[in-house]
Design a binder for this molecule. Structure first.
Ligand SMILES: Nc1ncnc2c1ncn2[C@@H]1O[C@H](COP(=O)(O)OP(=O)(O)OP(=O)(O)O)[C@@H](O)[C@H]1O
Ligand SMILES: [Mg+2]
Length: 234
């Protein structure tokens, strides 16, 4: 198996760690067979990719063999944000390559430098990724991965922008909607939920993210930073 080093790993804040523990517990109570979960949101920047990564870390730390699938084939942030590179120095083979039959799943799942954490990155750019999620290769791939991992998280694009998450979610055991606190109207969240229910997805709940964001003076240099917390609510 190929491996990657995730260079930019900061320990999660106390609040994030606690929120992820609660989330993991709630997911475990949401049904016995829930081991493949999609993460989506109404719009961009809700924090799907942050939550997906933190979930991967939390599940892996809990001793579960965990896979993060980056299914945002249009706008992946994973390798840039976390400084992730393949240890063999070659470009990533990833989800887009597997789904377009240009790569093998065995070359596309990477062991990371976080114990128990594995990543399936996006791989090479494809022009129109949406139909790839509706194909047989995708469902067959998920079946194989479900046998190999204890828990799988799929980071998807926002539902309000592209339909991909609504195609991906019914193939998972459940889907969660990440909501940035004070960022969207509850009616939009409800519409997203109904859209997911219409396609037969199992909506597990919402992750309310960026709770208690506040600006603080930083280092006396008139710089400000935001501190975010996350919590999980049904
Ligand atoms: N809980 C959090 N703690 C700290 N920063 C956060 C948190 N959630 C989101 N952010 C910040 O908000 C921004 C958007 O987060 P992220 O990329 O995870 O959103 P996204 O929903 O995946 O966006 P996109 O729709 O573009 O894929 C990033 O700058 C990220 O660092
Ligand atoms: Mg994202």
């Amino acid at each position: 198996m190929r491996s990657i080093t995730i260079a930019e790993i900061k320990d999660p804040s106390y609040e994030m760690n606690e929120a992820m523990n609660v989330l993991r517990t709630n997911v475990s109570y949401s049904g016995e067979g829930v081991k493949l979960v999609a993460i989506t949101s109404v719009d961009e920047n809700a924090g799907k990719s942050v939550i997906s990564f933190e979930m991967m870390r939390n599940y892996a730390n809990a001793g579960l063999k965990t896979l993060l699938i980056d299914a945002d084939l249009r706008k992946s942030v994973f390798s840039a944000r976390y400084g992730a590179t393949a240890d063999d120095g070659l470009p990533f083979t990833g989800l887009a390559d597997v789904l377009s039959a240009k790569g093998e799943i065995n070359d596309a799942v990477y062991k990371t430098n976080i114990p128990n954490a594995y990543v399936l990155p996006v791989g090479n750019y494809v022009l129109n990724p949406t139909p790839l999620f509706g194909g047989k290769i995708f469902t067959a791939m998920l079946d194989v991965l479900k046998k190999a991992f204890d828990f799988i998280i799929i980071d998807t694009p926002p539902l309000g922008r592209v339909i991909d998450a609504a195609i991906i979610a019914p193939n998972c055991n459940g889907v969660m909607i990440v909501v940035g606190a004070n960022e969207v109207d509850y009616r939009q969240v409800n519409d997203a939920k109904n859209q997911l229910l219409r396609v037969g997805a199992n909506v597990l709940g919402c992750v309310l993210n960026k709770v208690g964001a506040e600006n603080q003076r930083y280092g006396g240099k008139y710089k400000y930073y935001s501190r975010y917390n996350s919590e999980y609510r049904y």
